[in-house]
Design a protein around this ligand. Structure first.
Ligand code: 5GP
Length: 239
């Protein structure tokens, strides 16, 4: 398999077309960004850690019957994924209050949220990824009713799986952001990435963040924290 033209050059990943029209080549970069790209730093080893964590979790979800775009790993920072047409929504699921939710409602940090809260944000750097509700997304043609419903269902299933997986490691899954796409046959799949760049993880014992909040809040070096998440995931293998 060879990569051909650049499809997309993002902040943390670069995607290429390949000689197979159904397969894309994804390279994870050593770049960390926050504040919609306003804070940007090179962090050696970050791309490899995010690729490894994403590969591991995507493979487990595939095995659990939850469809993702992941096909296989090529090297330290590269994976192959199924090509899909992306839905321009970020699906956020929250189990505990943090981040923008905590700021918006001025509630206690890590207050448990029951039921888990689902929020959509419209993917637009120019608009700073604004919140969008289900009807707004449908009326603006970003997804139809059935797709919105299917995303809610799959997001709940992914949340149930990951919450339990991290709980076994002494980690609370606070919140996370998912992106979905459709394969050429119409199947809805989880796409983008699954790493501490797009989820908040809190160590149950110490209360320390094990995710990109360490970078956002300047709490110290990022790679040892991501390496710890990977080690814990590898130390307890899913059943
Ligand atoms: P919040 O809305 O509280 O800032 O983010 C909620 C969750 O979604 C967090 O786990 C955060 O990391 C993730 N998230 C929200 N927006 C983005 C984004 O544009 N990129 C990435 N990688 N993650 C995001």
């Amino acid at each position: 398999m060879e990569k051909t033209t650049v499809l997309y050059a993002g902040k943390a990943k670069q995607m290429f077309n390949t000689d197979d029209p159904d397969v894309l080549w994804v390279e994870y970069k050593d770049q960390a960004t926050a504040l919609n790209g306003k804070k940007k730093v090179q962090i050696a080893g970050k791309g490899e850690l995010n690729r490894k964590i994403s590969s591991l979790l995507f493979a487990e979800l595939n095995a659990a019957g939850l469809p993702t775009h992941y096909l296989k790993t090529l090297d330290a920072t590269t994976m192959l994924v199924k090509k899909c047409t992306m839905i321009p929504l970020e699906a956020v699921v929250r189990n505990f209050a943090s981040g923008s939710f905590e700021r918006k409602f001025q509630v206690a940090h890590l207050r448990p949220l029951v039921p888990a809260v689902h929020e959509f944000f419209y993917k637009s750097d120019a608009l700073d990824d604004p919140f969008i509700n289900d009807e707004q997304a449908i009326a603006l043609g970003y997804a139809d009713q059935a797709t919105i419903q299917a995303i809610h269902t799959l997001s709940d299933q992914v949340n149930a799986y990951l919450k339990e997986r991290f709980a076994q490691l002494g980690i609370d899954l606070v919140d996370f952001k998912l992106e979905f796409g459709r394969l050429s046959d119409g199947t809805l799949v989880l796409a983008d990435e699954l790493s501490p760049d797009n989820m908040r993880l809190v160590d149950q014992e110490s209360g320390n963040s094990l995710d990109k909040d360490v970078f956002r809040k300047d709490q110290g070096p990022l790679t040892p924290v991501y390496a710890q998440v990977l080690e814990r995931l590898q130390s307890v293998v899913s059943r």
